[in-house]
Structures are given as structure tokens and as C-alpha cells.
Design a protein around this ligand. Structure first.
Ligand code: GTP
Length: 337
């Protein structure tokens, strides 16, 4: 069986990190999100993953030059222009010639869902499309789903106003589709699978959903991206383990590491204190800096104090300076990306 993985979004909420690295290529537990995802699909017997690419396809090709990821064959489908989620699924599936039941995954979701169970559920109900659901405390930022007793979706409300959601079950970003779903997606324009196609399927009574309490996180915001990493470090995510410091990182003596992670290719100088922070490939943190609650891809000068910041690859914090609650560089001032 094949899967389409959506990896072509701009990742605006993770700017400035995503100015240089597409969100699915950011590491969680020291391996790219996309690799985490493809491993999950491999366990379910998926033998080819079609990457629905748009924005910044090059880093994917560079990371997987043999066209293989986690032992699964990759097919690259690059959109000529962003087609939104539905348009991207249609484009990628057509590009790869998909003509039987297939799986679709949002490239920024991490879950321990057993995808094979979702496929079994889909087949047992004769569904045209089935979506994985997960319960959350605040469903207002997501697509909220109401079910009848058989698992059929009776309502799909994308991003309801706070307090108006009919349930706390949200679209968790993994789907099983019959190829007939593709015929519902017009070509050559942007189509949102959530806002256009799912409501159509609901109206026809052919959308089903399966709720599970498996580990699930949407890595799309700085706080959730950090949490996704800490969940691996803390062993909350059972399917993946990692050390705080990758063997390929350069970490000096006398570094005080407090619930933080340092990636391969990062460099941390002596007497640095890191608290609740993620240091990404390419980052340089000079001696004596104090960094907390931050994600760092760029450079932090000696003795700087950086709190609750996201420092992109092009970001630089001067030695001895203090930055709090900032994006560096500030995406609002960056043009041409
Ligand atoms: P934000 O800009 O921060 O909302 O992130 P995003 O661009 O990733 O958007 P969102 O989280 O809504 O997208 C869900 C999934 O669909 C992600 O895996 C995106 O990479 C992907 N995606 C969104 N829009 C497109 C698109 O136009 N083309 C392709 N190929 N993928 C897309």
C-alpha cells in the first residue's frame, strides 16, 4: 500500500526556523520528523511514500539521495505552486499514479497510531474516507468531528470558535482514502481537504473516523515542537528513545544541561547553561551564555542571556546581550522568503 505525506507547507508558525529548514525536516529525537513518520508507515506495511512537496523540496532530496527513507521507497511529487492540502493530495496521487486504497499523513504530526488498524477499520465499514481522531483539551485550533454510533462522521467543523466545539475529538492528520476521493478534488487550484472535501464526504455519509488515545502531537508551533522533543527524551513517547546530546554534537566541559537537547552538528562552548532548550544542527552557543525555553539554530554570543526565543539559522545574538520572547531574525522584517 502507498501513502501520500504532505510536506509542502510554509510552516509559518515555526519561522524563522522554517526559512531554511522545512518543518518535516526539523529533528525530533535527533531524527527528522519525516523519518519518524515514514518509520510509523513502514510498520504498517506501507512500501512507497509519495512526498507531496512544494515549498523547499531540495532539503528532502539532499537528505534522502537514494530515494529511500527508513527502508521505504520515496516518490517525489513537486507542485508547481502551493495547492493547499487537498490540491496537494490530488497532485501527488496523480503524479504517482495511485489507483487503489491509500494512506495520507500530515507531515507535521507525530503519533504512535497503528496505521494498519486504521486501514482495517476503514475496510470493515466500507468507508470512502476514514480519519484518525485524537482527544484534546482545546479543540478550537483544529478540525472537530462529531460521530454517530457506527463511527460515521455526522459533522466536521474546521477550527470552531472557542467554546462552540461539539466534541473534543479532532482530526489527527492521518487518513485512509479510496481513490474515488481524488475525483472530488478539483485540479489546478487550491483546495483544502479539511474545508472542502471532508464536508462533501460528510454530506454523502461516506466519511468515517476512528478515535484512539495513542501518543499524538502536532509539531507545528514552537512550544509543541519543543514538547515533541522532550517527550522522546523523557520516554513519554514509547516508540522512540534518544540521548540529550547527540554523539555528533560538540559540547565543551562544564556545560550545565537542564532538560535540554543538543543535535548533531551543533556546538556549545564552556560554562553555557541550557534549560528547557533545543539546540539544532548548525547552532553555535559561545561560552558563558545562559539559554532557556528556546530553540536555537543560529549563533548566540558569549555571556548572552536568551530566554523564550527562537533563533533561526540566520539569527545572531550579540555577546553579552539579553533577548527575551523574540524571534531572531524577526520574520516580519525578513523579505523574499
Ligand atoms: P503553518 O504555515 O505554520 O500553518 O504550517 P503549514 O504550512 O505546515 O500548514 P499546516 O500545518 O496547516 O499544514 C498541514 C500539512 O500540510 C503540513 O504537513 C504541510 O506541510 C502540508 N501543506 C500545507 N499546505 C500545503 C501545500 O500547499 N502543498 C503541500 N504539498 N503541502 C502542504
Amino acid at each position: 500500500m502507498r501513502a501520500v505525506v504532505l510536506v509542502g507547507g510554509f510552516g509559518t508558525r515555526l519561522r524563522p526556523l522554517t526559512f531554511t529548514t522545512p518543518k518535516p525536516m526539523l529533528p525530533v529525537g535527533h531524527r527528522p520528523i519525516i523519518e519518524n513518520l515514514v518509520s510509523m508507515l513502514a510498520v504498517a506495511g506501507i512500501d512507497e511514500v509519495v512526498l507531496a512537496l512544494g515549498f523547499k523540496p531540495e532539503p528532502f532530496r539532499a537528505a534522502f539521495p537514494d530515494g529511500e527513507c527508513a527502508g521505504v521507497r520515496l516518490h517525489y511529487a513537486v507542485e508547481p505552486e502551493p495547492l493547499d492540502t487537498g490540491g496537494a493530495i490530488r497532485f501527488a496521487a496523480d503524479h504517482a499514479g495511485i489507483d487503489e486504497t491509500f494512506v495520507v499523513v500530515n507531515g507535521d504530526v507525530l503519533t504512535d497510531l497503528d496505521v494498519a488498524k486504521l486501514v482495517d477499520f476503514h475496510r470493515a465499514r466500507g468507508a470512502e474516507a476514514t480519519i484518525h481522531l485524537t482527544p484534546v483539551d482545546d479543540p478550537s485550533a483544529y478540525g472537530v468531528v462529531e460521530l454517530d454510533g457506527q463511527g460515521r462522521v455526522s459533522r466536521f467543523v474546521e477550527k470552531p470558535a472557542p467554546g462552540t466545539a461539539p466534541t473534543n475529538l479532532i482530526n489527527a492528520g492521518t487518513y485512509v482514502f479510496e481513490p474515488s476521493v481524488l475525483g472530488r478534488i478539483p485540479t489546478g487550484r487550491k483546495v483544502s481537504i479539511e474545508r472542502e472535501t471532508f464536508p462533501q464526504l460528510v454530506a454523502d455519509g461516506s466519511l468515517y473516523a476512528m478515535s484512539t488515545s495513542d501518543y499524538w502531537i502536532d509539531t507545528g508551533r514552537p512550544d509543541t515542537y519543543r514538547k515533541a522533543n522532550f517527550d522522546v527524551l523523557d520516554g513519554i513517547r514509547k516508540s522512540l528513545r534518544c540521548d540529550a546530546v547527540h554523539g555528533g554534537a560538540v559540547v565543551a566541559d562544564r556545560v550545565d544541561l537542564r532538560h535540554s537537547m543538543v543535535s548533531a552538528g551543533a556546538s556549545v562552548g564552556p560554562n553555557v547553561t541550557l534549560t528547557e532548550s533545543i539546540v539544532l544542527p548548525g547552532a553555535v552557543i559561545e561560552s558563558g551564555a545562559v539559554v532557556s525555553g528556546s530553540i536555537v539554530m543560529g549563533r548566540i554570543g558569549a555571556d548572552a542571556v536568551v530566554t523564550d526565543c527562537v533563533i533561526g539559522a540566520d539569527g545572531s545574538v550579540d555577546s553579552g546581550s539579553e533577548r527575551r520572547n523574540e524571534l531572531v531574525p524577526d520574520p516580519a522584517t525578513v523579505t523574499g522568503r
